[in-house]
Design a protein around this ligand. Sequence first.
Ligand code: NOJ
Length: 476
Amino acid sequence: MVEWWRHAVIYQVYPRSFADADGDGVGDLPGITARLGHLADLGVDALWLSPFYRSPMVDGGYDVSDYRDVDPVFGTLADFDALLAEAHRLGLRVIVDIVPNHTSSLHPWFVQGRRDRYIFRDEPNGWRSLFGGPAWTQVADGQWYLHLFAPEQPDLNWHNPEVRAEFDDILRFWLDRGVDGFRVDVAHGMIKDLAGVTLFDHEDVHEIHRSWRKILDSYPGDRMAVAEVFDTAPDRVARYVSVGELHQAFNFDFLEAPWDPAVLRRIIDASLAAAVAVGAPPTWVLSNHDRRRHVTRFGSVRRARAAVLLMLGLPGSAYLYQGEELGLPEVLDLPDEVRVDPQWIRSGGTELGRDGCRVPLPWSGGAPPFGFGPGGSWLPQPADWAELTVEAQRDDPHSTLRLYREALRLRRPASTLRWLDAPDGVLLFETETTRVAANLTAAPVRIEGPASPLLSSSEMAGELPPDTTAWWTVQD
Ligand code: NOJ
């Protein structure tokens, strides 16, 4: 049996913004549980939950103060167990986020002054935080501690065996509860060479991932882990998913690609080659909770629809980000006073940050909060999302939601890709199961071959229209 994750489509849930059951305006675990039917209907294989652990929420929960409990804003451990049970009942696997590079500054270790478990020095080096400003903050007695992200996210010292033992135990805690795997935050960051120039991808992180793989393999049922390894070349990323390490890594090159056929083709080829070389599945992703939504990045819903059929036609595994199935755009005009992202705050407002892709989902009705919950929503939703709600799209055969459902229903697992000759600006390939043509030009093109497509991202009448992708079944 091929492991489930090799071809899986995994849907990312950002808990603050998915669905709110208790009416405080912030999404929560019972809200997610109540809406799991949406994911089952969509046809995804699994969901990945961004952090729901106890946290002061300086960075949307990526600042964890207790890795073994649910933050009260999201519910309780019993709510988590109920979510997991319901997901499994519906045939959905559940992956949870693990944040090993840093804790919250309110984690008991940091509060109790366990400096051996963090990175304290008498002198800072020149590193800058990824959220802007220096990566070092001075404490009262003059020492400095390292934080690659916000000052409220002190980096852990992975040379300390107690840190390793703690995370082994945290993994087991969630595996024992029944999770199907982990998404590993900043998986290339845990080991630092403070004398070096690069912050990431130190050789010694691989040993950590090998030890985690052993833990995952000691559980039944194909538990998996997906690594977040950004700003790293494909052949280096592949090392995180080589034999004995993790199962998947996100494809940030694909996520960052412009709507450009030559660039996309180059990235697809490089990604496939790197994955094949180590026997891992390639992965694909167009949006997540850190990046501008791809409707906005590519400039139109039409292109976003073509992009997702291109992505879901590729061999391997794909990640969806909540709301992309509704064609949601980035919200660019949030009022300054509602923005909470440290990227926005620490850049002094020169970077818009990531709040615009985290606006709560519209489910139903004609006015905010569009069924998000019985209260309001922690970020305001645009009034014109009335036509983008799940309810508004469910029965409209031309809606983006219906396109996603059809695509996931018709998608067949594949492992190989063969390019076919195509006019300029057209990506044309075949996998074992599907022929895929994406027209990235401004004019319609004629594609030789089988007559009517299985599915297309916009209406087709013989020719393949501009900014359109179509699928055909490959006959064997
Ligand atoms: C990557 C996460 O995706 C992002 O949201 C977070 O801010 C940083 N890691 C720090 O944990």
